[in-house]
Design a protein around this ligand. Structure first.
Ligand code: MN
Length: 365
C-alpha cells in the first residue's frame, strides 16, 4: 500500500504561503507539489487550494485514486461539457476568489489562456507563484531522507550487479536494460530518468542516449541511473574502463575524482549553490580541463529528479541542512571520451552525509 504522503504540515505551510503572497487561492499543477501537499500521486491533474478548501481537479482515470490518497481534499472530476476551466470557475465563485496563484513554470501558455477564459478570472488576477510551492519541498524531513536513502541503496546494488555484466560485446542498450530490470526487481517503482549508458566516444556526451554500440576494449563506460522508491528519486553516476585504462584516461579520471572528493569534503550549509559549484570547478580548472566541464556541479533531488537549489555558477540560493544535492563533476573531451562521478548527499549541520556507497577508485574490467 502506498503510504499517505500529503501531510497536514505541508498543507498549512502552503496556506501560509498564500497569505504571505496576498493570494486568495492557488492552482498547483506540478505533480510533485500536488503530491507533497495533498498526498495524491496522480498526474495531469490540479490541486486548488484556498483558505476554505483543498480540491483535486482530475479526470475519471484518477478519481478513485484521488479520493483514496487525497484524504483532506475534495475531489472534482471533469466530465461532459465541464472541463477544468468550468470546475475552476465554480470554485472561484464559491470562495469569492479575486487573486489566484498559478504555477507558470509547470503550465503551457495555451493551457493558462484557456483556463483564464473558461474560469472568467481575468489574466491580471492570475499571479505567478515563481516556484514558491516547489521551494516548500527544498528541505527534506527525516522520513523523506529515509526514502531517498533507500532509493540510492537500490542504485548502489544495481551498480555492483552491473559490474559483473560489463564485458566486450554487451551493448549500451543492454546495460541500460539490465540496470533498469535490476532496480525494478529490487523494490524500485521505476526509473527516475532515462538511464544513460555511454561507451567509448559516446562518453564525451554528458547525456548520451544508449545505442546498440557494443562495449570494446579500452572504452570508458559512463552509467548514470536512478530509481524511484515511494515517490522519491535516486541519482548516481560511475565511469569504468573496459580493459586497461591508458595514461590519459587515468589522468582525467583522477582529476574528476579529486574534484568530486574536494567538493564532498567542503560542501556545507551557508554556502550558495554557486560557491558549492566552485569547489569542484576550481580543481578541474586548475588541472587545465575547465573548458571540458560545461554543466553545473549538481542539483537537488526529491519527488522530482531535478529540483532547486542547484549547485551551479548561477545559483544564489543559500544551502541549508536537510537539502539534498548531487555532486557530479565531469570532464568530456570530444573525439576522446568522458568521465563523470556522481554521488547524492544530504546537507547536515556542518557538512554533508553521502547517501551513495559505491566505490569510486578507477575500476578496470
Ligand atoms: Mn544527476
Amino acid at each position: 500500500m502506498r503510504q499517505k504522503m500529503g501531510n497536514y504540515t505541508a498543507l498549512l505551510r502552503a496556506r501560509e504561503l498564500l497569505k504571505n503572497r496576498g493570494l486568495d487561492a492557488a492552482l498547483a499543477a506540478r505533480p510533485a507539489n500536488i503530491r507533497y501537499i495533498s498526498g495524491f500521486a496522480g498526474t495531469e491533474s490540479y490541486l486548488y487550494l484556498s483558505a476554505e478548501r483543498a480540491a483535486i481537479l482530475t479526470d475519471s482515470r484518477y478519481t478513485l485514486q484521488a479520493q483514496k490518497e487525497g484524504k483532506d481534499c475534495q475531489v472534482r472530476t471533469i466530465g461532459k461539457g465541464s472541463g477544468y476551466g468550468e470546475l475552476l470557475e465554480k470554485l472561484l465563485s464559491e470562495d469569492g476568489v479575486r487573486t489566484l496563484g498559478f504555477e507558470e513554470d509547470a503550465l503551457l501558455y495555451g493551457t493558462v489562456a484557456e483556463l483564464q477564459e473558461k474560469s472568467g478570472l481575468p489574466a491580471g488576477q492570475w499571479k505567478p507563484l515563481e516556484g514558491a510551492l516547489s521551494a516548500l519541498r527544498a528541505v527534506k524531513s527525516a522520513e523523506e531522507i529515509r526514502k531517498l536513502e533507500e532509493a540510492e541503496r537500490i542504485g548502489d546494488a544495481a551498480f555492483s550487479y552491473i559490474l559483473e555484466e560489463l564485458r566486450p560485446g554487451v551493448t549500451e542498450l543492454q546495460i541500460a536494460a539490465k540496470l533498469e530490470y535490476f532496480m525494478k526487481s529490487h523494490g524500485a517503482e521505476g526509473t527516475s530518468f532515462d538511464t544513460i549508458a555511454a561507451s567509448g566516444l559516446h562518453s564525451a556526451m554528458p547525456h548520451a542516449v544508449p545505442t546498440d554500440k557494443p562495449l570494446e576494449k579500452g572504452d570508458f563506460v559512463t552509467m548514470d541511473f536512478g530509481c524511484r522508491y515511494q515517490g522519491y528519486c535516486s541519482d548516481m553516476t560511475r565511469t569504468v574502463v573496459i580493459g586497461k585504462a591508458d595514461a590519459r584516461q587515468r589522468e582525467i579520471y583522477q582529476v574528476v575524482l579529486e574534484a568530486q572528493e574536494t567538493a564532498l569534503a567542503s560542501l556545507r550549509p551557508g554556502m550558495t549553490g554557486a560557491e558549492g559549484d566552485w569547489l569542484a570547478r576550481a580543481v578541474i580548472e586548475e588541472a587545465g580541463y575547465g573548458e571540458y566541464f560545461g554543466h553545473g556541479l549538481g542539483h537537488s533531488v526529491g519527488l522530482e529528479i531535478h529540483e532547486k537549489p542547484a549547485l551551479s555558477t548561477r545559483e544564489k540560493t543559500v544551502l541549508a541542512p536537510g537539502m539534498i544535492e548531487t555532486v557530479e563533476p565531469g570532464i568530456y573531451i570530444p573525439d576522446f571520451g568522458g568521465v563523470r562521478i556522481e554521488d547524492m548527499v544530504v546537507l547536515t549541520e556542518d557538512g554533508v552525509r553521502n547517501l551513495t556507497a559505491s566505490p569510486k577508485e578507477l575500476i578496470e574490467l
